[in-house]
Each structure stands twice: as C-alpha cells, then as structure tokens.
Design a protein. Structure first.
Length: 320
C-alpha cells in the first residue's frame, strides 16, 4: 500500500488576474512575499541581537538570524500560501536525511581537499599548523562547524528551498537553477576581493548545489555539501571563504597567479575551483552516482516542471 501523499491543493481552472493564475497566487507574488517576510524577520531579529549582549561573534549571529528568517519565510509560504506541510520543501526527517547530510559533508570536504592538493603539488601552496594546543584546536573547529552549519543551512533553504522549487513549478529545472545560481553569486557581491571570477565560481557552485537538490529531491545533500565545503576550506585548511577569514587549525599560504589560486578571495576566486565544481556537478549526473544518491526518488530532468515533479521517498509520495 502506498504511504501518505502530500500534494498541492487542486488548482481550479479559472480566469487569470494580476494576482492569480489558474486559481493560484502568481509565482512572482509568492517570491515577493517570501522576500518581504525574510527581510522583515532579518531586521527584527538582527535588531534584537544588536541590542542584547549575547556574547556571540557577529558572523555566527548573522548566520543564526539568516537561518531563522529563511525558516520563517519558508514556513509562511509553504504552509500559509501553498497549504502544504513544512517538510515538503525538502526537509523531511527520514532515514536518508542523515546519510545525505553526512555524504554531502564528505564529498565537499574531499573536493576542496583535492583543490589544495593540486595547488600543493604545483608548488603554489604552503600549509602549516596554526595551533599546537588540542583544546584551542577543538575550540576553533567547534566554533567553525557552528558557523558553517548556520550559513550552509540558511543559504540552501533561502535559495534551493522555496524559491528554486517555485521556479521549477512555473518554468523548468534548468531555468530555476540558472536564476537561483545567479542570485547565489550576487549574494556575495559585497564580500572582500569580489570580482568576475569569484562571481562565476559561486554561480557554478549554485548550479552544483541546485543539481544536488534535483537529484535527491531533498535539501539535505546540498546543505551537507555547503557545510563541508566551507568548513574544510575555512576552519580546517585556513583559506579565506569567499573573501572572509576565520579561525583555523592550519594556515594555507598561496603563491603564484591569483587566476589559479584565487588570491585573497580564497580558492573560490581561482580557476582550479571552477574545474573541480564543474567536475562535481557532472559527477552528480553520472548514472551510477545519480542512481545511488536518488535511491527510489525520481531525479528531475532539466525540462521538468510542475507536471513531472513527484517525489517518491521510502513509503511516501510528495508532490512539490
């Protein structure tokens, strides 16, 4: 017997208007509401954190505020506008969630470690220990994982959650990933040392993360990829993460052309990361890998839109 089925309320055929399309709020208004709620929660929560001496660093506090805002905006739109369960956005807790999350962390950690290894073998990287005390190292890694869990989860829910899935329903997978990936790149425009190659690389990273959602029909793998990528790059290897420098257990000093190493922006500003991200994205679509990651869930294809979006996960089918 097929398990519980979550699906959008039936859309009644009817005349379209400025606000509605076939009995449903137009996708542009949905995304506008999502953005307004996100901004409002960010402002209110940010003001509270600014006024109260909570004793946390500004980056961790910002990550917590962003995650809270993304969750509230998602809940408001998924439950309030679409009339669905919150978990159907791709955050359902099930047996594969921990596997996807952990696998994402391992894959991304390996990818950024590969970048470091290649740079090292080319004589363009020196890595030295930054701490000799175990307690201090554990403290750095602990604060780093907290920061990057908050950042990774918030940015994935913010972009690969409701916005990506709403665009897939209205258009198709390729267009939705393209739009959200460019938005992902533009989110980093104010970061130190930002430029055209960092913009291109972060956009490609958005495509990689979007593909991870499409293959698994879940946000757990892209969240894991995001966490593992940033944590290994920043807290472990000591590279700048999108131009931002944080505490680390090792220090990485790059030599040579910034075009290859990324310079002060970190590896994400160099072509080595471009190559690794493109390879990682292609690997997600390699049939054996895609079959392993998707399990009994049917991956979406680039032309898929709302008619084809049916998630099969364990004993439940979810229409998103």
């Amino acid at each position: 017997m097929e398990g519980q089925t979550d699906q959008l309320p039936e859309i009644e055929e009817g005349t379209s208007s400025f606000w509605m399309r076939k009995g449903e709020l137009r996708f542009g208004w949905k995304l506008a509401v999502f953005a307004v709620v996100y901004i409002m929660v960010t402002l209110v929560a940010g003001l509270v954190i600014f006024l109260l001496p909570l004793g946390v660093d500004i980056m961790t506090a910002s990550g917590a505020v962003s995650l809270l805002a993304a969750l509230v905006a998602t809940a408001f739109c998924v439950m309030g506008i679409d009339g669905k369960e919150f978990a159907t956005v791709g955050l359902r807790i099930h047996g594969r969630a921990a596997r996807d999350l952990g696998l994402g962390i391992l894959i991304a950690s390996g990818m950024i470690a590969l970048v470091a290894l290649i740079l090292y073998l080319l004589g363009m990287l020196e890595i030295t220990a930054a701490v000799s005390d175990f307690g201090r190292g554990a403290e750095i890694l602990g604060s780093g994982i907290l920061l990057y869990v908050l950042v990774g989860a918030s940015e994935e829910i913010l972009l690969r959650g409701y916005p990506l899935q709403t665009l897939i329903r209205r258009f198709n997978v390729a267009a939705a990933i393209g739009v959200t990936s460019v938005a992902f790149g533009m989110l980093h425009i104010w970061n130190p040392s930002f430029g055209w190659l960092p913009l291109a690389n972060i956009t490609v990273a958005g495509i990689w993360l979007g593909a991870a959602y499409v293959v698994t029909r879940s946000l757990w793998l892209p969240i894991g990829l995001h966490i593992g990528w940033n944590f290994t790059m920043g807290s472990v290897l000591g590279f700048p993460v999108s131009g931002m420098v944080h505490g680390s257990v090792f220090v990485s000093v790059e030599h040579g052309s910034d075009l290859i190493t990324g310079g002060t922006f970190g590896p994400e500003g160099g072509i080595m990361v471009t190559i690794v991200l493109l390879a990682g994205t292609a690997l997600l679509w390699f049939p054996p890998v895609r079959a392993f990651l998707s399990g009994n869930r049917t991956p979406l294809k680039p032309v898929h839109s709302s008619e084809a979006i049916t998630e099969k996960n364990d004993n439940e089918t979810t229409r998103i």
